[in-house]
Write a protein that binds this ligand. Structure first.
Ligand code: NAD
Length: 416
């Protein structure tokens, strides 16, 4: 996982060439402002007590409270959360919402825990980091292997610790417990808006674009459903156990989900052709949508990718080496910090509803999501055209400039 931090720092370094940045500000941004490491006990079902290690990385809060998910995964590391928290700073700046970047994680394989153990782990983690987070300090959310149920436990535990209601302490909660309508589909929906705007700019009709999607979890599934609804042709899907290809794209995604629930995978879906995960990445399509894990498109497979557009719904799916190969092949990459920002955008709407006590309709949430995503796309596109940059560098230029401007404004006003 060390690579991910190196990638984020390399990406930041690349941007400096296009911005006249003072080195001292850049040095501040290369590392998180604070990294919390916690070791907390959890009582297991057999009566034993296990100590788990977790992290919370708070990268930058110049533009607002730290914001970012918590993942439960055996591969979580200090460097991974550091990298992911930096990405959150850029993502919030690209869509121009008033948050900074944060990220958390616990080293655990949640599949090995019972439901009561998972609940005690979730509560234990939030108790451990409680003194350093808050509704206006640092607001966690779901990420890999955490969901609305985990957020419900975390909100409840945090409120017990502080002795008052704090609905805005986490986002991605169940709708009945302060969650926002439209949050579940938000990342896929935001990605769809970005793709639809890009197709418009490139003057290609949605119907002409064949899409292959890696990952069929929250993000991949909703993106697949919404892309079909918008007229795109989804020709291949996959998950960790394999994939399926259907040339005519005429599958009902709810049926694919049912099949996955029944058999454990989207592969071997009736009337489809089985493909492996590595084949999916190089399969014949116009748009490749990585929606699973980081670093899946690398120097080895990038040269064989047939897609002309990559829409990064996962965080960090393309390595810097692959980025260079794709640029030479003139593949248009819509970067994660823009393409998957729909999730944090609706998390922001949820937080606003929690702080004001309002309830927004789903229609209002989707309308405002579209407004912010289209605006961000237009701004990134504008930088791409003006400075002749690829999508990732343009998004970073926009984001880093916004963060640096905010930092500079504070510094110049501070009494010396
Ligand atoms: P999820 O756990 O719901 O789903 C992940 C999916 O990826 C599953 O279908 C899993 O089978 C599949 N997968 C795992 N390993 C794979 C492999 N080797 N090859 C192919 N597929 C594999 O997670 P999610 O919430 O959908 O998140 C997916 C990605 O999107 C992550 O990178 C996450 O950080 C990012 N993301 C999520 C959100 C959100 O709102 N959930 C927001 C922004 C970014």
């Amino acid at each position: 996982m060390t690579d991910l931090l190196r990638n984020t720092q390399e990406q930041l370094g690349k941007v400096t060439k296009h911005l006249n940045l003072p080195n001292e500000l850049l040095n501040i941004l290369r590392v998180p402002e604070r990294i919390i490491e916690v070791n907390f006990p959890v009582k297991m079902d057999d009566g034993s007590v296990k100590v788990f290690k977790g992290f919370r990385s708070q990268h930058n809060r110049t533009r607002g409270p730290y914001k970012g998910g918590i993942r439960f995964h055996a591969g979580v590391s200090r460097k991974e959360v550091m990298a992911l928290s930096m990405w959150m700073t850029w993502k919030c700046a690209v869509v121009d919402i008033p948050f900074g970047g944060g990220k958390g994680g616990v080293i655990v394989d949640p599949k090995k825990l019972s439901q009561p153990e998972l609940e005690r782990l979730s509560r234990g983690y939030i108790r451990a980091v409680a003194p350093l987070i808050g509704e206006k300090i640092d607001i966690p959310a779901p990420d890999v292997n955490t969901n609305s149920q985990v957020m419900a436990w975390m909100r409840d535990e945090y409120e017990k610790v502080v002795g008052r209601k704090a609905p805005g302490i986490v986002t991605g909660k169940p709708v009945g417990l302060g969650g926002s309508l439209g949050r579940e589909e938000a990342t896929g929906r935001g990605g769809l808006y970005v793709l639809a705007e890009l197709a418009r700019k490139l003057k290609i009709k949605n119907q002409k674009l064949k899409i292959a999607i890696q990952g069929f979890g929250n993000v991949g599934y909703w993106f697949a459903c919404l892309a079909q609804e918008a007229g795109f042709k989804v020709v291949a899907v996959s998950d960790s156990r394999g994939g399926s290809r259907m040339e005519n794209g005429k599958w009902r995604m709810e049926e694919v989900l049912k099949h996955k629930k029944k058999t454990g995978s989207v592969s071997k879906f009736p009337s489809s052709t089985p493909i492996t995960n590595s084949q999916l990445l190089i399969t014949n399509c116009d748009v490749l949508v990585p929606a699973a894990l980081e670093n899946v498109i690398d120097a080895k497979n990038a040269k064989n990718i047939q897609a002309k557009i990559i829409l990064e719904l996962a965080n960090g799916p393309v390595t810097p080496e692959a980025d260079r190969i794709l640029a030479k092949k003139k593949v248009v990459v819509m970067p994660d910090v823009l393409a998957n920002a729909g999730g944090v955008t609706v998390s922001y709407f949820e937080w606003r509803q929690n702080l004001s006590g309002e309830r927004w309709s789903e229609r209002k949430v989707n309308r405002k999501l579209k407004e912010l995503m289209v605006r961000a796309f237009e701004q990134v596109w504008g930088v791409m055209q003006k400075k002749q940059l690829d999508g990732r560098t343009a998004a970073y230029v926009l984001a880093v400039e916004r963060v640096v401007k905010a930092m500079s404004a504070k510094i110049s006003q501070a009494p010396r």
